[in-house]
Design a protein around this ligand. Structure first.
Ligand code: VAH
Length: 318
């Protein structure tokens, strides 16, 4: 990776990944692109930045050609709950954005990172120790775009030799940026509520168990996968990766170890509950561990400690 384009750079993953890449590869070598150009001041100030719609084929190709990019982290997408609200738009952005990136990569010989998700699985998938290779019949539009994206990336690799690689991310927890409309957003909101109101009304039920990951591990996984030796990869799109698996009740209990008067109640949102209930509880990520050395650093206790520390500072600084 020498010249990198990040789409969706102001989103949940992009806001942090872009800065880490700029640190590692030099700010001028990491081009940030986002639909919402005003949602970040840090990115335009720290390196090249473009306001683009990923559905616009020409602007993607232009940036890739102008900067001679060799790698694209294609993060622009609508998340699960928003997608369920606007399914036609979700298909348009998630699929047409991806095909534009794959086409630009075919023409300009770029490698592509595609973030898939536990959402690429469905109710018929084994929910515990979900295998790397298993049944994928998602029931949400988000999941349909993710499994289609995995297949399209594999197709571009086989048919055109485009070096596509992907991860099936679990719910991602970040101290920096709020997620925008996912079904696992509770696992971020809960920290702000715990530190301010000492109470949180959770939109998923107490026993909804899902895979989760702290953002520093998610970023590390993406960079590590893109740097992995091609010859060691048996799978490509996309690898199961997880760092922890918990329920809202278990997360609340861990927070209570630090804030004993914190309370949680449940005000279930039927849409997000139905989405989360269709996903696996715990994936088997042994293929990622064996093929490119995946190894998370943060478990539940370490993540909660770090989140509480960082968000307390953020709240204090207004
Ligand atoms: C979403 N956070 O709900 C994402 C995700 C774990 C699921 O991919 O959209």
């Amino acid at each position: 990776m020498k010249k990198i384009l990040v789409t969706g750079a102001t989103g949940q993953i992009g806001s942090e990944l872009t800065l880490v890449l700029r640190d590692q590869y030099g700010a001028e070598n990491v081009i940030a692109a986002a639909y919402n150009r005003r949602s970040s001041t840090e990115l335009p100030e720290s390196g090249p930045f473009y306001g683009i719609d990923v559905r616009d084929t020409d602007s993607i190709e232009q940036i890739v050609a102008d900067h001679r990019c060799d790698t694209i982290f294609h993060l622009a997408a609508l998340l699960s709950a928003v997608a369920e609200d606007r399914p036609q738009e979700a298909w348009d952005i998630n699929m047409n954005g991806l095909i534009n990136v794959l086409e630009a990569s075919r023409k300009h010989r770029c490698s592509v990172f595609f973030p898939s998700s536990i959402g690429a699985f469905g109710p018929g998938t084994p929910a515990n120790d979900t295998p790397q290779d298993t049944m994928q019949r998602p029931t949400t539009i988000y999941g349909i775009t993710k499994v289609s994206g995995e297949l399209l990336c594999d197709y571009y690799y086989r048919r055109f030799g485009v070096d596509t690689r992907g991860l099936r991310y679990p719910g991602l927890i970040s101290s920096k940026v709020l997620p925008g409309g996912g079904s696992t957003d509770y696992a971020v909101e809960i920290f702000y509520a715990a530190l301010t109101a000492r109470h949180y009304d959770c939109f998923l039920s107490a026993e909804t168990q899902l895979d989760m990951m702290y953002m520093p591990d998610a970023i590390d996984a993406a960079i590590r996968l893109m740097n992995a030796d091609n010859n060691t990869l048996r799978h490509r799109n996309a690898f199961n990766v997880t760092a922890m698996s918990f329920t809202p009740a278990k997360l609340a209990a861990e927070i209570q170890k630090h804030i004993p008067d914190f309370t949680i109640a449940y005000a279930i949102d039927p849409v997000r509950q139905a989405i989360a209930s269709s996903w696996p509880r715990h994936m088997d990520d042994s293929a990622a561990r064996a093929e490119w050395g995946w190894q998370p650093r943060f478990d539940l206790a370490a993540m909660v400690r770090d989140m509480l520390e960082k968000i307390a500072v953020k709240i204090q600084n207004g």
